[in-house]
Design a protein around this ligand. Structure first.
Ligand SMILES: [Zn+2]
Length: 227
């Protein structure tokens, strides 16, 4: 696997901490490869990571390289096994998502943007000890038809086709968790019903396509497309 992918993993891990999504070595990141996946090593500060520190874990769970893989490699393997469309996984202990996860609740449709994870809510997986097959199984279940979930008393997961998209999704989920936490502290937020969310999900399906049709690559590069 190319050096570029390892560099991108390291750059994204550093960005995850620089943007406040994660602190220290708590989170982990991976990218699918032909053999299995590349993942950040366990317990190493991202600032000191070298491309050779990134570990490749095979589909059989055997890792190669000089470092040990993240303690959550089973969770990453479980997701890649269950979700063939997923190419990158980001796991972090972002403050607000983790706070909501400690309430053992997911993020309901208090805001229509929860549709960013593919459904009418962002679920919270039940608690299991970190690094276990049990946690991997519970995460996969909670991610059914979704690209993000919270993990009870732990943190969150974001799945995407690229590391950059996984990072964007995780940032959005953390922002939603923050807004939801503020709403909960002020009262009981009104939750959008399934009918409203069905409309939003439909609009989300065509939104990207419209953007691609209407905006030329040049205009996209020039930054005239709006998010
Ligand atoms: Zn974790």
């Amino acid at each position: 696997m190319s050096l570029l992918v390892r560099d991108e993993l390291i750059a994204t891990a550093r960005a995850m901490n620089a943007t406040g999504l994660n602190v220290g070595t708590a989170g982990n990141l991976s990218v699918r490869t032909r053999r299995g996946f590349l993942i950040t090593p366990t317990g190493m500060p991202y600032e000191s990571l070298h491309p050779s520190d990134i570990v490749e874990v095979g589909k059989d769970g055997q890792s190669s390289g000089s470092r040990l893989p993240s303690s959550e490699w089973r969770m990453h393997r479980g997701i890649y096994d269950a979700r063939p469309e997923v190419e990158a996984i980001l796991h972090c202990h972002s403050p607000h998502a983790t706070a909501i996860s400690s309430l053992r609740r997911g993020i309901p449709a208090f805001h229509y943007m929860v549709a960013v994870a593919g459904g009418i809510d962002i679920r919270c997986a039940p608690y299991a000890t970190f690094g276990t097959e049990e946690l991997a199984r519970l995460a996969v279940e909670s991610l059914c038809d979704r690209t993000a979930c919270l993990l009870a008393n732990h943190g969150m997961l974001a799945l995407a086709a690229t590391l950059e998209k996984a990072m964007r999704l995780a940032t959005e989920v953390e922002n939603l968790a923050r807004q939801y936490a503020i709403a909960l502290s002020a009262g009981e937020p009104v939750i959008l019903d399934e009918r409203e969310m069905a409309i939003v999900l439909e609009k989300f399906k065509t939104y990207g396509q419209q953007q691609q049709r209407r905006v030329s690559p040049f205009r996209l590069r020039a930054g005239s497309a709006t998010g």
